[in-house]
Structure formats: C-alpha cells, structure tokens
Design a protein around this ligand. Sequence first.
Ligand code: NAP
Length: 283
Amino acid sequence: MNIKGTTKLLGIIGDPIEHSKSPLMQNAAIAALNLDYVYVPFEVKKEDLQTVFKGFQAINLRGFNVTIPHKENVIPLLTNITECANKIGAVNTVWLTDEGWHGTNTDIDGFIAPLKKLNKNWSKIVPLIIGAGGASRAVIVGCEQLGCKEIRVIGRNLEKLEVFKNSFAKSNLNCQISIYSWDKLTNLIPDSELIVNTTPLGMYPNIDNSPLTKEQNDLIKKDTITYDLIYTPRPTLFLQQALKREAIIIDGSEMLIQQGAMAFEIWTGKKPPVDVMRQALLG
Ligand code: NAP
C-alpha cells in the first residue's frame, strides 16, 4: 500500500468492526486499479455518530460503508438518501458531495445480482423469506425489484412480524407481503421456488444449525433456488442439504462482494475489479 500526502480516505463504521472483511476487499480493489485511496475500519459507538460525521467531513473523508448497528441510525445525519434506501429504511453506503452526505443501500442490488443471472419469470415466483431482521428488509425490496408479486416472510415471533410488515406501509412496494409463524414452515416449503435464509442459523461457529430440520429439507423440490445470506461457512448446512435435493444454491458471499463493488464505484467513479474483490474475500 502506497499512502502519500494526496491519498484520499474511505472507510467503514460499525460496532464491533474487527470481523469486517470489507477493508480486505476494498483495499485489494484500490491496489488493483492503482488508485490513490485507502479504506479503513472505524469502531463507532451510537452516541458518537454525529461527532464522527462532523469529523469525517472536516478531514474530507470521501465515503464509507455502514454496518451493524448503524444502518438505520445514520439516516437523520444524511442530506439525501436514495429511493431504495428510503424503502427499506437503512443505508449501507455514504458519500460526500458539495451539498453534504448522501446515502444509499447497495445490499439490495448485491442480493439480486446472483438471482438475475438465473433468467426466471420472477412475477410467477413467490419467495419464502426466513427471518425478519435488517437483512430481510433488503431481501424483500430486492424481490420486489425482481418483479415478485407476493413475498412470504416467516419468523418465530408473530408480533414482531406484524411490526415488520407494517413498517413497509409507506414504501409503496409493488407486491404483497404475507407473514407466517414458524409452525407453517413445513407446509410452505414445497410451494416455494425461492427460499432465502436471512437468520444467523448456521453461521460460524454454530455450523451444525439450520433453519430447516432434516425432514423439512426433504420437502425441497429439485431446482428450487435456496439462498443463504450467511457467507461463513460456505456452504452452510442449509445449503449442503439443499444440494442433496438437487436445488440451486447461492451463498452470501456474492451479495457481500457485489454490494462492496457498487459502493466502490460510487466513491471512485471507476468500474470495480469484481474478480479481484472476490479473490481477496474468498482466497
Ligand atoms: P438481524 O437484524 O439480527 O435479524 C436476524 C433475524 O433472524 C431476526 O428476524 C431474528 O428473529 C431471526 N433469528 C435469529 N435467531 C433465530 C433463531 N434461532 N430462530 C429463528 N429466527 C432467528 O440480523 P441481520 O443483520 O438481518 O443479519 C442476518 C444474517 O444475514 C446474518 O447471518 C448476517 O451475517 C447475514 N447478512 C449477510 C449479508 C451479505 O452481504 N451476505 C448482509 C447482511 C446480513 P427475531 O427478530 O425473532 O429475533
């Protein structure tokens, strides 16, 4: 890395932040294009967000990613957010302009990037989304952007699911969201051509966990698209079992790479070296 007097700063804020793979991926892309930038992780507490924004502006930091737990908290500090970020109420990419800080959410496009390659008639597909947390919001808007007309969301707490569904009321989504309690999972699986795990079930170190039991897994039909947002391990138990059912499997690594690639392009204006970023992340 060649840091000079002219080097421009990029970064990521979160708490905790040490687990983040974004610095590895972004700095590899910067090096590959020989750009005069450096991408740095910053651990930021919620109560310090406003001070951090002022500090970043003062030192002319050009842009940054936002990760857990700040994706919603940063919105009041931004001058402008894109329509997609507004729809899900979360921002993961911020950049500085003459008018101030702008924000968007590249998780949505990151999520749909591997699905677009499958060439499906999405208006006929009713996705089953397992879990209703932060990432699930990007998945829902992603499915709407693909053209799905109905989206089923299943979770372990029906009251939380109601709140989750109602939170999209002002988003003007062009699709219907149906919510289901966890005991309906077995019945929903055979009808689902796209099943997305947005829970942390199966994530390292709990790699023997899965959102589906063995019996539920046996209900997955051939060619069902099974998508796990988890990227460690690759594949998760959920995807390993789905593969035995001859399903199409997609893990969370491509979403991570693509959301990062889109952020890189926003900040630098350069076409991202996606293969380099993939290599940095996956080795
Ligand atoms: P989150 O906001 O905490 O949401 C997690 C969701 O999973 C909640 O709905 C939660 O239900 C549910 N859940 C948690 N444990 C459960 C269990 N034992 N049984 C049933 N449901 C359970 O987390 P998030 O930010 O959405 O992240 C979720 C996952 O997506 C993580 O594994 C994360 O690494 C991954 N992710 C990947 C990418 C990528 O780029 N590939 C991006 C973002 C996130 P309750 O609400 O009832 O607690």
